[in-house]
Design a protein around this ligand. Structure first.
Ligand code: GAR
Length: 197
């Protein structure tokens, strides 16, 4: 049974979908921690209500000292005995010093069809480019931003009249299906990419 730490920064809807999926019979993973860099992240209360241990580590007192913030985060994750990390709307860039020790054991979900639109504002950029489809990607985390091996993708159509918000909502529905599907395979040692729908 793989012990999974989930890192969030916000509402944590992807985190909730991962927690739900890990309750399924025969799942090869279990949550050991939900941690946020924002003490006010709404997802922390949702995790606590489900009996999952939570931690908040505010990045702001660390200023520009990313290494010190990451060292503290590593300590918290280690204290909870995690075997794997799932980034789920975690909005801090993690440096190689954090990522490298977790190589092959850390996943991220990104709201675009990578390699398109690494970074922020993915829905707006897809609309501005006139794309006819958009989606989300789960990938292994490497030191390059949004650049690790792809483990799954889900596509949605771009509809006439879409705004970044309507498009984001359509993608999020698929995120909640894709991430659990990838985690279930990955935690069982299967890296075959998942394609949805
Ligand atoms: C999700 O759309 C996720 O893909 C995105 O943030 C949102 C978090 O929502 N992640 C990134 O942009 C990472 N660069 P949630 O807190 O409801 O899961």
């Amino acid at each position: 049974m793989k012990r999974v730490a989930i890192l969030i920064s916000g509402g944590g809807s992807n985190m909730v979908s991962l927690l739900d999926s890990m309750e399924e019979a025969g799942h090869p993973a279990q949550p050991c921690l939900v941690a946020s860099n924002d003490p006010n992240a709404g997802g922390l209360a949702k995790a606590a209500a489900r009996g999952v241990p939570t931690a908040a580590l505010d990045h702001r007192p660390f200023g520009k000292d990313r290494a010190a913030f990451e060292a503290e985060l590593q300590k918290i994750i280690a204290a909870h005995g995690a075997d794997m990390i799932c980034l789920a709307g975690f909005m801090r860039v993690l440096t190689a010093g954090f990522v490298t020790p977790w190589s092959g054991r850390m996943l991220n979900i990104h709201p675009s069809l990578l390699p398109k639109y690494r970074g922020l504002h993915t829905h707006k950029r897809a609309l501005e480019a006139g794309d006819s489809e958009h989606g989300c990607t789960v990938h292994e985390v490497t030191p390059e931003l949004d650049d690790g091996p792809i483990l799954g993708q889900a596509r949605v159509p771009v509809e006439p009249g879409d705004t970044p918000e309507t498009l984001a909502a359509r993608v999020l529905v698929m995120e909640h299906k894709l991430y659990p599907a990838v985690l279930r395979r990955y935690a069982a040692g299967d890296r075959t990419p998942v394609t949805l729908p």
